[in-house]
Design a protein around this ligand. Structure first.
Ligand code: GAR
Length: 294
């Protein structure tokens, strides 16, 4: 159940626990305050009492969970959760994230070194979204497939070189010039330099093709990861989307999803299953992050 909630809410295991606590305490608080308020008034017939009570708790509940979510550090989650509920119930209009007058268009830079299938999925996901723009593809390999994708999609590409990335300005001015709000690493294999992390604190996310903290670190990318998972006899693997810090595959985990590893799997077969998971979840998680104001 925990895993399903993690996938549904696009959060990590600890967050699921904190969110469930918020629901439980917020619900109890609603009932308590609701009854206290009802005692202040003398409402005649029982049916009327019940109707007024239901209306009251319906109004109180969102306020209670928002309040309780603050000490649990889940305020952002509940704001977006309540917005979603409001949209489903028709109370809030169904606009694209940030549509209308809700602030400037969010600009994403995708960093990728490979074929770019994840980049393509993210581009496809936001194609019709007027409030989110894939403004730049950043790549360190002239022969990478992702550059072809950038060309086909008419997205500017920036081919970076090692010296400037690691010992120069890490291309921060070029990213700032494009007003980049979020950096998405989709198969980018260089470590992110501190200068870039400091310029975009909490705004760089990476996808890793295994269940971190296992099978991460230097040299752990693509087929090497899948080969290691199979060699270790794991029964499950999966994907991890996480914030980027100054260590390889290390920052706070945002989301994980699991898939089976079958006996007789080759790295290629497992890679295919992992890619399917990545394509399904990565664009949605990126959108959730933008909704939460990342
Ligand atoms: C993806 O599977 C991604 O998880 C992995 O590279 C692949 C890129 O595929 N990233 C890492 O291994 C990072 N350590 P793509 O180019 O088809 O999107």
């Amino acid at each position: 159940m925990f895993n399903r909630l993690q996938q549904k809410w696009k959060v990590n295991g600890l967050q699921v626990a904190l969110i469930l606590c918020t629901f439980a305490i917020g619900g109890s608080l609603t009932g308590y305050v609701g009854r206290k308020l009802m005692n202040l008034f003398d409402i005649g017939p029982e049916w009327l009492w019940i109707v007024v009570y239901i209306l009251l708790v319906t109004l109180l509940w969102p306020l209670a969970v928002l309040l309780v979510s603050i000490p649990f550090g889940q305020f952002r989650f509940f704001v977006s959760y309540l917005k979603k509920m409001g949209k489903r119930m028709g109370i809030i209009s169904r606009e694209e994230p940030g549509a209308g007058s809700q602030g400037p268009v969010k600009q994403i830079a995708i960093f990728a070194s490979g074929a770019g299938s994840n980049a393509q999925k993210i581009i496809d996901h936001f194609r019709e979204n007027e409030r989110v723009k894939i403004a730049l593809i950043v790549c360190n390999k002239p022969e990478a497939g992702v550059l072809k994708i950038a060309e086909n999609e008419g997205i500017p590409a920036l081919l970076i070189e090692k010296e400037q990335f690691f010992r120069g300005n890490a291309y921060v001015p070029a990213l700032k010039e494009k007003n980049i709000n979020l950096i998405v690493l989709a198969g980018f294999l260089w470590k992110i330099p501190v200068a870039l992390i400091q310029a975009y604190p909490g705004k760089i996310v990476n996808i890793h093709p295994a269940l971190l903290p296992k099978y991460g670190g230097k040299g752990m990318y693509g087929q090497f990861v899948h080969a290691a998972v199979i060699a270790a006899g794991e029964k499950e693997s999966g994907i991890t989307i996480h914030y980027v810090d100054e260590h390889y595959d290390h920052g706070d985990i945002i989301f994980q999803a699991i898939c089976p590893v079958f006996s007789g799997d080759t790295p290629e077969l497992l890679a295919k299953r992992i890619h399917e998971l990545e394509h399904k979840h990565f664009p949605v998680v990126v959108e959730e992050l933008l909704l939460r104001g990342v």
